[in-house]
Design a protein around this ligand. Structure first.
Ligand code: 3PY
Ligand code: MG
Length: 256
């Protein structure tokens, strides 16, 4: 068996538009439904959803049969947790709250085998390497892993250029909710100043030749961010989709 290519990483390098969804239901069956829905990429969220390596594994397995790219968001920068996600087969990680080049460098080291990094080696017993079936896994893994850093604070913005120069950072994704909070606008991710900061950040990221991403649910603003340089755009989350559809259905059958 050949090393599986990370198609998401290739598409990010081309800065081709890719529409994604955040997946927080933490469930393999609903993940499989979403995998059939036509999104380019799905993010299994381990930051704000009740996920762990076991639930992430079942979602990776559920979506594997479908032509959709998958990313996993760990809850923090813990190299041990990152190792587990890579070993179960996540090839793309979206890591929250990256604020300095030193943090980005540590993350690059966490996703790479030695000597470039510190990822523990056990290729013959992990799903990512087909339990030894992918003979050149240990040699090729570093190049197929895609590291996306999330920029979502004032400090992250201040250090954006330095973060983007870190070799091994493949892309950066703006998180407007945390960015708004960091700018003093908690709960106001649509605040004009947050939008201006996001526009500038997307432009700066794209200018480095690396892919820029953002979470935005408003189609017009999404189009605007695309024009600013965003190429991978998360347009919503499954929990909101379910709740909104449920609210609408319930209310539509109430007697007025
Ligand atoms: C944020 O907005 O803070 C995110 O992490 C993703 O949208
Ligand atoms: Mg965030």
């Amino acid at each position: 068996m050949d090393m599986p290519r990370n198609v998401f990483k290739q598409l990010l390098q081309q800065q081709r538009l890719q529409i994604g969804l955040f997946v927080g239901l933490a469930n393999a069956y609903s993940m499989e439904i979403l995998a059939t829905a036509g999104f380019d990429w799905l993010l299994i969220d381990g930051e704000h959803a009740p996920n762990n390596p076991a639930t992430v594994l079942s979602q990776l397995q559920a979506a594997a049969a479908y032509p959709v790219q998958l990313a996993v968001r760990p809850v923090n920068h813990d190299a041990a947790l990152i190792k587990q996600y890579l070993d179960i087969g996540a090839q793309t990680l979206l890591v929250p709250m990256v604020e300095t080049a030193a943090e980005a460098t540590a993350l690059v080291r966490a996703v790479r085998y030695p000597p470039q990094g510190i990822r523990g080696v056990a290729a013959s017993v992990v799903r990512a390497a087909h339990w030894g079936g992918i003979k050149d896994y240990a040699r090729r893994a570093n190049e197929e892993i895609c590291l996306i850093v999330q920029i979502e604070s004032r400090q992250g913005l201040a250090n954006l250029d330095a973060i983007m120069t870190v070799e091994g950072v493949d892309a950066a994704f703006i998180g407007p909710a945390d960015l708004a909070a960091s700018m003093g606008y908690l709960g106001e991710s649509g605040h004009a100043e947050v939008i201006v900061a996001t526009e500038a950040a997307l432009t700066r990221i794209a200018a480095t030749g690396k892919a820029a991403g953002v979470f935005v649910t408003d189609p017009l603003l999404a189009r605007h961010y695309r024009n600013c340089g965003a190429s991978f755009i998360a347009v919503g989350g499954d929990t909101s989709l379910l709740r909104n559809a449920a609210l609408k259905l319930a209310s539509s059958f109430r007697e007025r």
